[in-house]
Design a protein. Sequence first.
Length: 376
Amino acid sequence: MASGPHPDAARPVTAPDFLLSRHTGSLRTQGSLRAFPDPADAALALRSGRCGLVVGAIGFEPDAPAALVEPDIVVRTDGPLEPPAYFRSLRTRARVVEELPSTEAHRRRVATAIAGIRAGGLDKVVLARAVRLLADDPIDPHAVCAALIDSSPSADGFLVDLSPAGGVHSGRILVGSSPELLVRRRGDVVECHPLAGSAPRSRDTSVDQAAGRALQASGKDAAEHAFVVDSLATALAPLCRDLQIPERPSLTSTREMWHLGTRIRGRVADPRTTALDLALAVHPTPAVCGTPTDEARRVIAGLEGRRGFYSGAVGWADAGGDGDWMVTIRCAEIDADRSGAIAWAGGGLVADSDPDDEVAETAAKLRTVLTALGAV
Ligand SMILES: C=C(O[C@@H]1C=C(C(=O)O)C=C[C@H]1O)C(=O)O
């Protein structure tokens, strides 16, 4: 990491062990009064008023331990977070030392999954790959998170100490900058902003604009997107009234990617349904899993193995029901000894997906977190 920390600024002692930065409002917390390895217990504690606030991360697999806590110290901010000068002054320098699996093996998995879709029984599946990184100097997770927030056009960023999940997760820190809102509740208003259908951006403005237009016109990407919107509509219908779902997705972007996104809005039918209840009801969407969900899960488990926290959800919910949950993508887990990290990226596959395009898409998605780790 660390070339020349800011000479006047010592490391803040109040560095949070959970943070979520969003342009609509942010949260930082420290400490843990109680941990919830089972998200259902956290949801129950919130609903019964035994707990005022829950923050943290839930995994992709339903039986994965969660890193959820009732925090001790809480600081809420209206807008996005402004990273402290100390963390901004640190430059992380990690390098990719291993592909998990190799790009060629991922391409073969993608081709296998597309063949499976064409054979029937599965409409969409999201396959991911990972890369392992090493750094010469210890990685400061807050410096990586500061870089993620600073390079996100909407100052999106998160950091979660995974220790509450126990076992191999102890001491590991999840950092990322997710553009995808799984679900948000404020008062009785519920919002989702699912993303699916992607294209890498380009430094060349005309190439970049053309890529965005092509994505908007792509039938393959519209189909990939529709599975996610349909799944959210079905999962939210029993929990919300006045659901408003635009007929067509619109184009949205990060620094690295174009995405198709749909802004879904509704009102909670029962005020006791918290943002965490809503997150657990819609997760995993076909933006990270597939359609039908169970078959997609089986294919992912067979080809990738267990994902853990990648493609889960990161966020918070309070006893009043409000909360924000982001899909855990564009992220990395930093090792407990801070010597390295592992980063993930995936993409949705449908019958007419192309393996080479899919490999390129994961490379482009990985750039968000690899840039913050100083690896590109
Ligand atoms: C799975 C990821 O991204 C998800 C998959 C997308 C797609 O397939 O087009 C787009 C945005 C995300 O919902 C990831 O970034 O790892």
